[in-house]
Design a protein around this ligand. Structure first.
Ligand code: BJW
Length: 227
């Protein structure tokens, strides 16, 4: 059985990482176009770097850890191996910390930095700013940015995701508001015989496309569903 899982911010909410939209969401107080677009970064790189520095520091806080939903998915992967793909929109590393191995982080990874000039990728746990030098090319200053996907940029792994979705027997979407494309459209790439299940606190604009909608918290509903 081929199983495709898509996760969003809701799966990490109970680990203490705020979601984007809704009350107390990350976008509250941050116009999206200022902090999550290439234009916003060009206009005010300091603001954008600080937004991601704060999130990186929060992610590295000792209190942040995978919750039972992340753990259940990692355990499920161990049992299903080759026929399992986990696609996350999250830039945190909680799936990896829980033990998931085959993960496509389609919107990038907060603990990586990328050089805008060379494309070099680095594991990164420090703050970034306009004076940060490239680790191997000290003449390049301020060229590093968070390795994340902003609006208007191309998400990662789309071909592999689409190809897997077309062959999937089970598609499970967990904790995503289903408003950001192309992630929100993955459900439409699944075939007619695929069983589509959505786990979320509430309805989303894509709920009608699912065969089952499970309403509740990811940390309780995901382990229950996968057991
Ligand atoms: C729980 C829970 C609990 C809470 N248990 N559940 C018009 C139509 C279609 C598309 C477009 C359009 N106009 C523009 C576009 C494209 C655009 C887009 O989709 N815009 C829409 C907003 C309209 N998309 C893009 O630009 C993408 N790129 C692209 O399309 O490239 C094509 C291209 C073509 C040619 C040239 C170049 C490109 C890129 C999208 C990048 C998104 N980036 C972000 C930021 C990443 C970095 C960062 O983290 O800062 O990704 S935006 C943000 O939203 C982040 C998330 O991954 C993404 C989705 O959010 P998510 O995960 O769903 O979180 P929330 O907060 O929205 O929802 C949480 C959910 O959890 C809720 O439903 C809760 O109920 C639930 N929940 N607690 C269970 N305990």
């Amino acid at each position: 059985m081929k199983v495709l899982v898509l996760t969003g911010a809701g799966i990490s909410a109970e680990s203490g990482i705020p979601t984007f939209r809704g009350d107390d969401g990350l976008w509250e107080g941050h116009p999206i176009e200022d902090v999550a677009t290439p234009d916003g970064f060009r206009r005010n790189p300091r603001l954008v770097q600080e937004f991601y520095n704060a999130r990186r520091r929060a992610l590295l806080d000792a209190a942040i850890a995978p919750n039972p939903a992340h753990v259940a998915l990692a355990e499920f992967e161990r049992q299903h191996d080759d026929d399992f793909l986990l696609v996350t929109q999250n830039i945190d590393d909680l799936h990896q910390r829980a033990g998931s191995r085959k993960v496509i982080a389609m919107h990038g990874e907060l603990l990586k930095a990328r050089c805008e000039q060379t494309g070099d990728l680095f594991d990164w746990r420090e703050d970034l700013d306009c004076q940060t030098p490239h680790p191997h090319r000290p003449e390049l200053i301020g060229t590093l940015r968070p390795h994340v996907v902003w609006f208007g940029e191309m998400p990662f792994g789309l071909e592999e995701i689409d190809s897997f979705a077309r062959r999937a027997d089970l598609f499970l979407a967990i904790g995503t508001s289903a408003v950001v494309y192309p992630a929100a459209g993955i459900v439409q790439s699944t075939g007619p015989d695929c069983r589509r299940v959505e786990i979320n606190l509430g309805d989303t604009p894509q709920s009608d496309r699912f065969d089952e909608t499970i309403r509740g918290k990811a940390s309780t509903e995901v382990p229950k569903f996968l057991e």
